[in-house]
Write a protein that binds this ligand. Structure first.
Ligand code: AMP
Ligand code: GLY
Length: 423
């Protein structure tokens, strides 16, 4: 089997690495990939752009690929899965209609309301005056969200009325482009956040190992949001009882609703959850793809070959594959970021110490690296995801930190408190 992974972050490196664990996978291609996928044995990067659907289709057809996996939300929201599927290519990733679950928060909220999925009270606005009038009737804190894709920056948790007004005005003044021409104002939820990534063939939906990530740049979960500074799985906050509630109250109703709308959803449905102090899960957001860095901790725990699961989804026979097998282990990822991230950051610094990190027992996933000749350079805000498995959470954490201490590049920053909620 030959597969193609679309995207160039840590998630895509982890997908390619996991696929290549299986002796049945002869080759993985990546578009555009990164320094990690370029140096992974059995993997190669193709010089194609993410939005070159035609070029990607050609590669898939010429190489008779068994599987195309779409990593990021942008191409899914632009309809890459429909485009490839129409040419008979086997794609893991939802259609453009299905990807609305992430690409439009207003659409996702309407789905949740109609399907009876627990989530915060909310309202949708297309102008500042009515949004502010609504705000006056609500409690603070409150959450203001740009409707469309805003690279993780479209959400403001406002702790004062004035901050909320500022966020509303900023959105309608074009801070997020067209993504902010419609906003969702949502009640503030308390509890602990968790990520449940579920795979689905459109009928059956299967939650993977629950994970937690640390979205904020600073220790103690402070400072601006990032794509994620570290993650771990499994997480004790999502007990088996809570995972059953997630399946019954959230994942199954979501798939049933999508079916009702004639949306064939094959791919990942990622539920970003708030677990209330009483142990009830509420949806903060849905994503239409694998999470990053969550994928970097979830996939190494998987014992069933990844291509079996993805192929079963594409062939609409996931139910026949169950149950899938997991390693009895814990997994922790600590992200090595470039100084300045999530604002402007430095690039081009040589990155060393990967072999030494691997010798400590870690798997080093590349998130933002490139090969310049034979030199590995930082090329993104999140540079590496240093992941370790252990029999216990503590041993995985210890290995991840021992390994990341070996990594060297100028301006390197990482959080020293990943997993503090568990310890
Ligand atoms: P999102 O991009 O929708 O995941 O939102 C980014 C972050 O904002 C989340 O990870 C939460 O920390 C926070 N957030 C979003 N919605 C809410 C909410 N209704 N209540 C509390 N925090 C929220
Ligand atoms: N780690 C958060 C996300 O993938 O959206």
């Amino acid at each position: 089997m030959k597969a193609l992974v679309i995207g160039g972050g840590g998630r895509e490196h982890a997908l390619a690495w996991k696929l290549l664990e299986s002796p049945r996978i002869q080759e993985v291609m990546c578009v555009p990939g990164n320094g990690g996928t370029a140096t992974l044995p059995g993997c190669r990067n193709l010089g194609l752009a993410l939005d070159d659907f035609e070029g990607i289709a050609r590669v898939a057809l010429v190489n008779n690929l068994s599987l195309v996996i779409v990593g990021p939300e942008q191409p899914l929201a632009e309809g890459i899965a429909d485009y490839l599927r129409a040419q008979g290519i086997k794609v893991f990733g939802p259609s453009q209609a299905g990807a609305q679950i992430e690409a439009s928060k207003a659409w996702a909220k309407a789905l949740m309301k109609e399907a009876g999925i627990p989530t915060a009270e909310s309202a949708v606005f297309t102008d500042a005056e009515s949004a502010i009038a609504y705000l006056e009737t609500q409690n603070i804190p409150i959450v203001v969200k740009a409707d469309g894709l805003a690279a993780g920056k479209g959400v403001t948790v406002a702790h004062s009325f004035d901050d909320a007004v500022g966020a509303i005005r900023a959105a309608f003044e074009g801070k997020f482009g067209t993504a902010g021409s419609r906003i969702v104002i949502e009640a503030y939820l308390t509890g602990q956040e968790a990520s449940v990534l579920a795979v689905t063939d459109g009928d059956t939906i299967l939650p993977l190992m629950p994970a937690q990530d640390h979205k904020q740049i600073g220790e103690g979960d402070t400072g601006p949001n990032t794509g994620g500074m570290g993650a771990y799985a499994p997480t004790p906050i999502v007990s088996p009882e809570i995972l059953d509630k997630v399946q019954e109250r959230i994942l199954q109703p979501a798939i049933a609703y999508l079916n009702q709308q004639n949306i064939d959803y094959c791919g990942v449905l990622y539920a970003g959850l708030m677990i209330s102090p009483a142990g009830d899960p509420y949806v903060i957001e849905f994503n239409c793809r694998f999470g990053d860095p969550e994928t970097q901790v979830v996939l190494p725990l998987l014992d069933t070959p990844l291509e079996d699961i993805l192929t079963a989804c594409i062939e609409r026979r996931l139910a026949n594959l169950l149950p899938i097998r997991w390693k009895a282990a814990s997994s922790v990822c600590v992200v090595a970021a470039a100084g300045g991230y999530p604002d402007e950051y430095t690039k081009g610094m040589p990155v060393t110490g990967l072999d030494a990190a691997a010798a400590k027992g870690a798997i080093v996933f590349h998130a933002g690296t490139r090969l310049k000749g034979s030199q590995l350079q930082a090329s993104g805000g999140r540079v590496l995801g240093v992941t370790a498995l252990g029999e216990t959470f503590d041993s995985a954490l210890e290995t991840a930190y021992e390994a990341i201490a070996e990594i060297k590049f100028e301006t390197l920053y990482y959080r020293r408190d990943i997993g503090f909620r568990v310890r």
